[in-house]
Design a protein around this ligand. Structure first.
Ligand code: SF4
Length: 410
C-alpha cells in the first residue's frame, strides 16, 4: 500500500535541477553499494507480467536478515539490471515508479524533523556534485512542497531532544548569510559564525526565539557588523593547538580506517604526512610555522584562487546537509564547533594535497577528495561520533578551541 505524505520542504535551489544520468558517471551508484528493496517494490516486482523480466529481477534478490528486507544481489561488479547503455533496465521498461525507494531517492538525502523536511543531494554522486558545487553564484535555500510515497527511506530526527530544531530554517538562513558574506575572508566568516551561534544560544536559552527573524536584519546593520569584525579580529590563532588537533584527529580516525582512505582509491592520508614533513626532523614550533605558512600559500595559490567558489559551495552544502547547527542534542555553539572541526579537517587534507601536488592540482582532484570525504560523512556512522568524542573536553573552552582551529588569514 502506498502512503502519500505531504511535507513542507527546504532545499538548496539546485536540488530541483538534478537528473540522474548513468552515462555521465559510468553508473557509479549501481556498483559496489547495497541496494535494499522495500516491501512495496518487492510486491510490484512479483506482479510484473513479463515472465522473463520478472524472473530476472526476482532471481537476483535475496533476503537480508539484518535489514529485514530483500536486497539486490550486487555480488558481481554491478547491478544485474544495469543495461549496456548504463541505464537501469527496470526504469527504462516500466518508468521510475518501479524503482525501489533506495534507487528512486538516491542521491537525494532527506531528513524529516516532525512535519518538515530538509533535502539535499549526496556529493558521492558526481552529477550532483557538479550541479551543486560548480555554480559561481552563492547557494540559495528555497521552500517547496513535497508530496511523496517514498518517505519510508527518509532519515527521521525529532525535535524533542533538541527543541532548537523547530527553528532550523531560520538558523540556517542566518548561517548562510554569514558563511557567504564576502566582506570577510573565509576564516573570518568561520569565526564570526561562532560568535553569532553563541548569541543565538542565549536568545533561545532566554525564550526569545521570536527574535530570530530579527537577527538576520541586525547582522546586516553597519554597527553590528563593525563590532562583530572587531571581535573576530581579536581571536588569535594558536598553531600548536591546530597541529595537535589535526594530526590527533587523523590518527584517531585513521586507526579505524574511516578517513581519507579506501582500498580502491587514492590513499589521501599520505598527503598530510608528506606536506607537514612529520617524518623529517622538525623539532621546534618555529620550524613548523615556516612549513605551515608555505603550505597555506600553496593552498591559496592552487586551490582557493582557482576553485574558491567550489570550496565555499561545499562548505555551505556540508553545513546544510549535516542539519547544522542542530545536528546533535547540544548547544548551537557546540554543534557548530563539531561542524567546524570536520570542516577544518577536510581543509587540512586539501592544504596538504595542494602542497604536495602544486600546480598539478586540478578540479578533478578536488571533486575526488570531496566525493571521498562526503562518502565518509554520509556512510561511516562513527565519523561524526568519533570526532565529537575527540573534541568533547575542548568544548568547555570554546574561544580557546576556536583559536586552535581557525587561522587569521585565508
Ligand atoms: S544517481 Fe548519480 S551516481 Fe547514480 S547513476 Fe545517477 S548520476 Fe550516476
Amino acid at each position: 500500500m502506498d502512503f502519500k505524505k505531504n511535507f513542507v520542504c527546504v532545499e538548496p535551489e539546485y536540488v530541483k535541477d538534478f537528473r540522474c544520468d548513468g552515462r555521465k558517471c559510468n553508473a557509479k551508484c549501481c556498483r559496489g553499494w547495497q541496494v535494499d528493496i522495500d516491501r512495496r517494490t518487492h510486491e510490484v516486482y512479483k506482479s510484473i507480467s513479463d515472465r522473463e523480466m520478472r524472473t530476472k529481477i526476482l532471481d537476483n534478490l535475496y533476503w537480508n536478515e539484518p535489514t529485514n528486507t530483500y536486497r539486490m544481489n550486487l555480488n558481481q561488479t554491478s547491478c544485474p539490471m544495469l543495461g549496456d547503455d548504463l541505464l537501469c533496465s527496470i526504469q527504462k521498461t516500466y518508468g521510475a515508479g518501479y524503482l525501489s525507494n533506495t534507487c528512486a531517492e538516491f542521491p537525494r538525502r532527506t531528513f524529516v524533523i516532525d512535519d518538515f523536511v530538509e533535502r539535499s543531494l549526496s556529493m558521492t554522486c558526481p552529477v550532483a556534485a557538479e550541479l551543486a558545487l560548480l555554480n559561481p553564484e552563492p547557494m540559495k535555500l528555497v521552500r517547496t512542497k513535497l508530496n511523496t510515497t517514498r518517505a519510508a527511506c527518509f532519515f527521521y530526527r525529532s525535535n524533542q531532544e533538541m527543541p532548537a530544531r523547530k527553528f532550523l530554517y531560520q538558523l540556517q538562513s542566518i548561517s548562510f548569510d554569514v558563511l557567504q558574506d564576502h566582506r570577510l575572508t573565509l576564516n573570518q566568516r568561520l569565526k564570526a559564525l561562532a560568535i553569532v551561534m553563541s548569541e543565538l544560544d542565549s536568545l533561545i536559552h532566554n525564550g526569545r526565539e521570536q527574535q530570530l527573524e530579527l537577527v538576520s536584519r541586525v547582522y546586516h546593520s553597519a554597527d553590528y557588523f563593525q563590532s562583530l569584525t572587531a571581535r573576530v579580529k581579536s581571536i588569535p590563532f594558536v598553531l600548536p593547538h591546530y597541529m595537535t588537533t589535526m594530526f590527533g584527529l587523523l590518527e584517531t580516525l585513521n586507526a579505524k580506517a574511516i578517513v581519507y582512505y579506501s582500498p580502491t582509491q587514492r590513499v589521501f592520508v599520505n598527503y598530510p604526512i608528506q606536506a607537514f614533513q612529520t617524518d623529517e626532523t622538525i623539532t621546534t614550533w618555529q620550524q613548523m610555522a615556516t612549513v605551515y605558512d608555505r603550505n597555506i600559500e600553496a593552498y591559496r595559490e592552487h586551490v582557493l584562487t582557482r576553485f574558491g567558489h567550489v570550496v565555499e559551495n561545499y562548505l555551505v552544502h556540508s553545513f546544510f546537509a549535516g542539519i547544522y547547527p542542530c545536528h546533535a542534542p547540544m548547544t548551537l555553539l557546540n554543534n557548530y564547533l563539531l561542524f567546524l572541526t570536520l570542516w577544518k579537517f577536510f581543509e587540512f587534507g586539501l592544504i596538504s594535497m595542494a602542497t604536495v601536488m602544486g600546480e598539478k592540482f586540478s578540479l578533478d582532484d578536488l571533486l575526488e577528495f570531496i566525493e571521498r570525504f562526503a562518502n565518509r560523512l554520509d556512510h561511516a556512522s562513527l565519523f561524526h561520533q568519533m570526532t565529537l568524542d575527540f573534541i568533547t573536553k575542548e568544548l568547555s573552552e570554546p574561544i580557546e578551541f576556536l583559536s586552535g582551529l581557525v587561522d587569521d588569514g585565508v
